[in-house]
Design a protein around this ligand. Structure first.
Ligand code: FRU
Length: 494
């Protein structure tokens, strides 16, 4: 206990000193209101869980380098999902392997016997030693528990709870209490499908079924980071199940991507009842999963803003990569098809400061000397064609365009791009199957999150200008109306 108190004292002292320095979180390209690790490498969000007034974000972390390496679980917590407190590393590699992605639950009924309300992490061990010896089925599932809100962890002595299968990729467990069967469910990525399990105690797992929809998707790469949850349909009493799946290739714009299925689930078998949909069409939105136990039954998702095509090479030195803003998912319906809308969670409004607000603007619109490195731009729209260019004095720019039924982002002239030839090709595109009525564009130094039609369409991308973008040009080749035009400054949260 003494050690924990000392550790916490060290961490609070460290963050006290840092939050009083203007240099803290101010290196080139450092996001100002998105989550980034204080230093070194980060990838997937892990163990997203809400407990006792706090959101916990664990994440894939290599604390010794800014490239991917032996994985640990980093840890941070927040009361509003925008201001984060860094906490000690939660899980370290051990002789069973490195700690790959997974989830966390609160064991309200002490089903595992670790204690009432224990926070239990369910994760994958990736055994590098065996991997180096040439074995390929080196991944198993394990659990660990914390009785002090995620600060210190004990790994279960009976690990692994699910041993390696013959599958090479067998990882990223996501677990939830399913009241309909009065038991735990686990969804696990396994090659190019999902395996579904049940358990009474989180230690003994029974395999139930495989989910692999055919012929919905012909080609997929490896499946990773799965999530499964039930949602109420907006304005309806009906409920449907949503399954999120991440893929490492055959995605709309190359590399890492996230799609979802909508369907029915009886605790053993998931059946998708309509074609799958991409959750985001940008190149930098991966490994997205939702919080367990969020207040008011909300489904809040966070994704990693990078792409395995170049994640290890992006031009930062102190830390590498960021998470998306937290997004609340809403399940909506059009005709007989269900779809998700993504909405930045409520706390976002509290960090906004209005800078420009106009009922209408005339096109072409051009503004200079704006702070577009920390901004939210939003407007209502009537038309079919629009282009929006952000630029700086070095002739660097990023262009966003709507042409009838195609939305696109061109970052080929956005600044530092030569760290990977996969970064600028191709121009990212997204098909839109209804009239675009509203735009929300959130800019935080190296990132842009675009939400259209109240979050029905989403595109997330990163870029690295040599100087902040400060000019904005909006043009259209047709008669177009733009109203409720707002540019908000977004405050730094670090
Ligand atoms: C997804 C992923 C996971 C794995 C982790 C390793 O980005 O490949 O499947 O658990 O990253 O860091």
């Amino acid at each position: 206990m003494k050690n924990v108190t000392l550790l916490l004292l060290f961490f609070s002292l460290q963050s006290f000193c840092q939050s009083n320095s203007n240099d803290y979180y101010n290196e080139p390209h450092r996001p100002q209101f998105h989550f980034t690790p204080e230093s070194k490498w980060m990838n997937d969000p892990n163990g997203l869980v809400y407990y006792n007034g706090k959101y916990h974000l664990f994440y894939q972390h290599y604390p010794k380098d800014i490239v991917w390496g032996p994985m640990h679980w980093g840890h941070a917590s927040s009361t509003d999902l925008f201001h984060w407190e860094h906490l000690p590393i939660a899980l370290y590699p051990d002789k069973l392997g490195n700690i790959f992605s997974g989830c966390a639950v609160i064991d309200e009924n002490n089903t595992a016997g670790f204690g009432k309300n224990a926070m239990i992490a369910i994760f994958t061990y990736h055994n590098d030693e065996l991997w180096k010896q040439g074995y390929r089925n080196t991944e198993s599932q394990a659990i660990a528990y914390s009785l002090d809100e995620g600060l210190t962890w004990t790994k279960y002595s009976g690990n692994p709870v699910i041993k390696n299968s013959s599958e090479r990729d067998f990882r990223d467990p996501n677990v939830f209490w399913n009241e309909e069967i009065n038991a735990w469910n686990m969804v696990l990525a396994s090659g190019d499908k999902v395996k579904i399990f049940t358990s009474d105690n989180l230690k003994d797992w029974k395999y139930k079924s495989d989910f692999k929809p055919n012929p919905d998707i012909a080609k997929t790469g490896t499946w990773e980071c799965i999530d499964l949850f039930k949602m109420k349909v907006k304005g309806d009493e009906k409920e449907k199940w949503v399954m999120i799946v991440n893929h490492d290739k055959y995605t709309p714009n190359g590399g890492s991507g996230t799609r979802y299925f909508i369907g029915d689930f009886d605790g053993e078998v998931f059946t998708n009842t309509q074609p799958s949909i991409w959750l985001d069409y940008g190149t930098d939105y991966y490994a997205g999963v939702t919080f367990y136990n969020a207040p008011e039954n909300k489904r809040i998702l966070i994704s990693w803003m990078s792409n395995w095509l170049y994640a290890n090479k992006t031009p930062t030195k102190v830390w590498r990569s960021a998470m998306t803003l937290p997004r609340e998912l809403v399940l909506d319906k059009k005709g007989n098809r269900y779809f998700l809308r993504q909405k930045i969670t409520e706390g976002f409004n509290k960090i906004l400061d209005t800078k420009v607000s106009k009922d209408k603007i005339q096109l072409p619109y051009s503004a200079k000397k704006l702070n577009l490195s920390q901004a939210e731009l939003s407007f209502s729209f009537k038309g079919k064609q629009l282009s929006l260019t952000l630029s700086n004095s070095k002739n660097e720019s990023i262009k966003v365009e709507l042409n009838d039924t195609t939305f696109s982002i061109d970052r080929s002239k956005s600044g530092i791009t030569n760290f990977s030839d996969k970064f600028t090709e191709p121009i990212q595109t997204m098909p839109v199957d209804e009239k675009i009525t509203d735009f929300q564009i959130i800019l935080d130094r190296p990132s842009m999150e675009i939400l259209l039609n109240k979050g029905k369409y989403s595109m997330t991308t990163i870029f690295f200008p040599n100087e902040s973008f400060s000019s904005l040009k909006i043009e259209s080749s047709e008669k177009t109306q733009i109203s409720n035009f707002t540019i908000n400054h977004v405050k730094k949260t670090w």
